[in-house]
Design a protein around this ligand. Structure first.
Ligand code: SAM
Length: 217
C-alpha cells in the first residue's frame, strides 16, 4: 500500500493541496488504511471520504492535506481537533508537527473515540494525540489555550468557546453553513483577546457538528 500512498501524495502535490515539506512527509508516513474499518481498507488511497460507522466518515485525503496546510503548523504547537472520527487527521497533524507537538482531539461518539484510540496506539501516535469523549463545541478548557483549533464537522456558526480557547496569534478553522449543502471553511486569526480577523477559505462538505454551540441532536 506504500506505493499507492506515495502515488496519491504525488497527485495531491501536483494539484496544489500539498505545498510544504512537513505535510508531504506526514501524508507519506501515516498509513490511512489503519484508520479505516476492514471493509474499506482497500479504498484507503482513493481520494474520497469513506464510511467509518455510526453515520460518520473519514475525511478525504485532499481535505486533510488542505486543513494541515491552512493550519500553518510548527513543531511545538498545542492543537485542538473537534471530531476525531477514527483518528486519521489527528495522526497526520501529529506527524507533521513531530514529537514536541500535541493534539487534543474530541469525539462525541464513544464507539468512534475508542476505536480511534486503538488506531492511534497501533500506529504509535498515542503519545502525542489525546482523545477525549465529549462535546467539542465547548472546546476543551482543561488544556486551553491552543495554538491551533480545527473542526472536521460543520457548525451553524463559529462556536464561541473555540474563539475563547485560542491563543492570541492562534488560528482556528471551522466549516460553517447549512448541514445538507456545501459549507464555508472559515479561518479566524485571533489578533487580541477581543479582536478576530475572519475570512472564508472556500467551499467544503462536512458532516454536522452536533452540540451545545452546534446543531441540535
Ligand atoms: N477527523 C476525522 C478524520 O480524521 O477523518 C473526520 C471525522 S468526521 C468527518 C467528523 C466527526 O465529528 C464525526 O466522527 C462526528 O461524530 C464528530 N462530531 C460531530 N459533532 C461533534 C462534537 N460536537 N464534538 C465532537 N465530535 C463531533
Amino acid at each position: 500500500m506504500i506505493d499507492e500512498r506515495k502515488e496519491l501524495v504525488k497527485r495531491l502535490s501536483e494539484f496544489g493541496y500539498i505545498k510544504s515539506e512537513n505535510v508531504m512527509h506526514a501524508m507519506e508516513k501515516v498509513p490511512r488504511e489503519e484508520f479505516l474499518p476492514e471493509e474499506n481498507k482497500s479504498y484507503a488511497y482513493v481520494d474520497q471520504p469513506l464510511p467509518i460507522g455510526k453515520g460518520q466518515t473519514i475525511s478525504a485525503p485532499h481535505m486533510v492535506a488542505m486543513i494541515c496546510e491552512r493550519l500553518q503548523l510548527e513543531g511545538d504547537m498545542k492543537v485542538l481537533e473537534i471530531g476525531t472520527g477514527f483518528g486519521y487527521n489527528a495522526a497526520v497533524i501529529s506527524e507533521a508537527m513531530g514529537k514536541k507537538g500535541h493534539v487534543y482531539s474530541i469525539e462525541r461518539i464513544e464507539y468512534l473515540a475508542k476505536l480511534a484510540e486503538e488506531n492511534l496506539k497501533r500506529t504509535g501516535y498515542d503519545e502525542n494525540v489525546t482523545v477525549i469523549i465529549g462535546d467539542g463545541t465547548l472546546g476543551y478548557e482543561k488544556e486551553a489555550p491552543y495554538d491551533r483549533i480545527y473542526g472536521t464537522a460543520s457548525a451553524p456558526y463559529v462556536p464561541e468557546p473555540l474563539k475563547e480557547q485560542l491563543k492570541v496569534g492562534g488560528r482556528l478553522l471551522v466549516p460553517v453553513g447549512e448541514q445538507a449543502y456545501f459549507q464555508d471553511l472559515i479561518c479566524i486569526v485571533k489578533k487580541s483577546e477581543t479582536e478576530f480577523k475572519e475570512k472564508s477559505l472556500g467551499g467544503v462538505a462536512f458532516v454536522p457538528m452536533i452540540g451545545k454551540h452546534g446543531w441540535p441532536e
